[in-house]
Structure formats: structure tokens, C-alpha cells
Design a protein around this ligand. Structure first.
Ligand SMILES: Nc1ncnc2c1ncn2[C@@H]1O[C@H](COP(=O)(O)OP(=O)(O)O)[C@@H](O)[C@H]1O
Ligand SMILES: [Mg+2]
Length: 287
């Protein structure tokens, strides 16, 4: 398998009792891309992330993560593989009894014994990476705004310097400006750190802005294409999604321009790295 494929799913079958969720689904994700995942409610978007990361066993098929067939791995090996990923689950789920800084270092503490001072420094670094003030680290989740909580959750997902981050509807519940800022943050992290982003979203604005490719879960299968390719797709669900009134409005506002719409705030202060790609100058709508 070429090493630029980080997730490779073949013939995935997922069943709960009589209900079939995925039926021979195949797809792959390339290293360094932003893959947006859409599909109706209950189409198995969240379940598939759990399967890819070995939190749940599929009913059939093969899943390779970083080239390793996770069906063949021991629990310990699966955990080690999962440690190379970061996850921001749908409901963010920070531990309410821990400060933000303590939350961020939870994944680190599962693997390493580090002195508290060093953990604090790492938490500070991750906070900066997601554009939060160091003082946010001393707060409890309940003291943060929704947008700040999402950023804190993202900081925790980045704790172990993952190669892939899985984001489950990260902008749900944010206002349009907050969502645009969060998208810009994701994009700048992807560009500066070279992370692969697997983002489940309902947000058509969001995927038009930052996705390299889009995976649509329809008919228990996955269909992958660029936004432009999917806009021309004949499948009724895909047509309705991209071509409905909402989709047309988004297409118009993004369509004729080479530039993504200006986001209202600067991205997080991240340092450029040699892995930085030239993608910043093009928008998905221009390809
Ligand atoms: N542990 C489970 N046991 C039984 N059914 C489940 C379980 N997890 C998810 N499901 C069902 O599988 C379907 C897909 O779930 P999910 O992946 O959460 O959908 P979504 O695409 O909205 O994220 C849903 O109908 C859900 O009720
Ligand atoms: Mg879901």
C-alpha cells in the first residue's frame, strides 16, 4: 500500500442486529489532506470513526490505519496506533472536574510519566496552538464559551502530536463567525503541522472552505470527490445536499473566487514549518 494512504477501508460491513449501516463500503484517505465527511443522520459517520480507530470492531471488511490492519492487532498495539491520532468527539466532552490544562494533558499522562512543570509547559504550547490565552488553562470547562471549549477539545486532541485528527461535527453549535474561525484554525494547523484532517460536518460553508475532498455516506457506501465533482453528481441525496437552496447559496458565495472568504480573525499563532504546503493560496472551489 502506498505510504501516502493513511486510512484504507475495504468492504466495510457494520450491522447492529438486523440493521445494516455500512454494506461493503470502501474508501481511503491520503496523508495531509482535509477530508470532510457528510451524510444523513444515522448514516454511520461516527461509528466509522470508532471502527477506524479500533474503538469498535466492524462486522466485516478490512481497515488499515497507517498501513496496519487493525483487525489483526492486539489491544495494546491498537492503543499504540490510536495514540498517533487525535479525536474531538461530537460533544467535546472535556472532563468538567479538571481544568483545561489538566484536560489537555490527559492523553499524555496515559503514555508518559512527566514532571508537572513539563506538563504545564506542554499544555501552554497546545493552548497557543489553538489560539487560546495561557490563562484559559487554569479555567474549568464550564467557565469557557462554546467556541473556547471546542478549541480546548482540539488542544487535547493535539496533545500527542497526532498524524491524523478526527473531528466529529466540530462547528456544530457555533455561530457562523465562530465556525469560520474554527475552520481557519483547522486549516492553519493542517498547513503548518501537515496533519491529516478527517472532519465530519454538516456545515456546507465549512467543507467548501477547507476540504480537499469530501466523502459522502449514501446507500451504506462512500462516495468521494471534490466539492466541484460532487456538485455534478446525480445521486438524489448528493444533489439535494449540494444543489439545494443552501448549497446554491454557498456555491455562489464561494464560486467565482480563488480566495476563501476572509475570516474575521487571524489564525492561531503557529510557526511555519518545512512541511508547509502551497495550498493556502487555493480554495477547494477553485479546483
Ligand atoms: N452501539 C450501538 N448499538 C446499536 N446501534 C448503534 C450503536 N452505535 C450506533 N448505532 C446506530 O448506528 C447508526 C449510525 O450511527 P452514527 O454513526 O452515530 O450516525 P451518524 O452518521 O449520525 O454519526 C444509527 O442508527 C445509530 O443508532
Ligand atoms: Mg454522528
Amino acid at each position: 500500500m502506498p505510504s501516502d494512504i493513511v486510512i484504507d477501508v475495504e468492504n466495510l460491513v457494520t450491522r447492529f442486529g438486523e440493521t445494516v449501516i455500512h454494506d461493503g463500503l470502501s474508501m481511503s484517505v491520503r496523508r495531509g489532506e482535509v477530508m470532510a465527511v457528510v451524510g444523513g443522520s444515522g448514516s454511520g459517520k461516527t461509528v466509522m470513526v470508532r471502527e477506524i480507530t479500533g474503538l469498535m470492531r466492524p462486522s466485516g471488511g478490512t481497515i488499515k490505519l497507517f498501513g496496519e490492519d487493525i483487525g489483526q492487532l492486539s489491544t495494546r498495539e491498537t492503543e499504540a496506533l490510536r495514540a498517533r491520532t487525535g479525536m474531538l468527539f461530537q460533544n467535546g466532552a472535556l472532563f468538567s472536574s479538571l481544568t483545561v490544562a489538566q484536560n489537555i494533558v490527559v492523553p499524555i499522562q496515559a503514555w508518559y510519566r512527566l514532571r508537572p512543570g513539563l506538563l504545564d509547559e506542554i499544555a501552554g504550547l497546545k493552548l497557543a496552538l489553538v489560539g487560546l490565552d495561557p490563562s484559559a488553562g487554569r479555567k474549568y470547562p464550564a467557565e469557557l464559551s462554546g467556541g473556547m471549549r471546542k478549541r480546548a477539545g482540539l488542544a487535547r486532541a493535539l496533545a500527542l502530536d497526532p498524524e491524523i485528527v478526527f473531528l466529529d461535527e466540530p462547528t456544530a453549535g457555533l455561530d457562523p463567525i465562530g465556525a469560520a474561525e474554527f475552520d481557519q484554525l483547522i486549516q492553519s494547523l493542517q498547513q503548518t503541522l501537515g496533519i491529516t484532517v478527517y472532519m465530519i460536518t454538516h456545515d456546507l460553508d465549512s467543507l467548501t472552505r477547507i476540504a480537499d475532498r469530501v466523502m459522502v455516506l449514501v446507500d451504506k457506501q462512500a462516495k468521494i470527490g471534490t466539492v466541484d465533482e460532487l456538485r455534478r453528481d446525480d445521486h438524489p441525496w448528493i444533489k439535494a445536499y449540494f444543489g439545494g437552496p443552501r448549497g446554491r447559496a454557498v456555491a455562489q458565495s464561494h464560486g467565482g473566487s480563488d480566495q476563501p472568504p476572509a475570516a474575521p480573525q487571524q489564525p492561531a499563532p503557529v510557526k511555519p514549518s518545512p512541511r508547509r504546503r502551497a495550498k493556502a493560496t487555493t480554495s477547494p472551489g477553485s479546483r
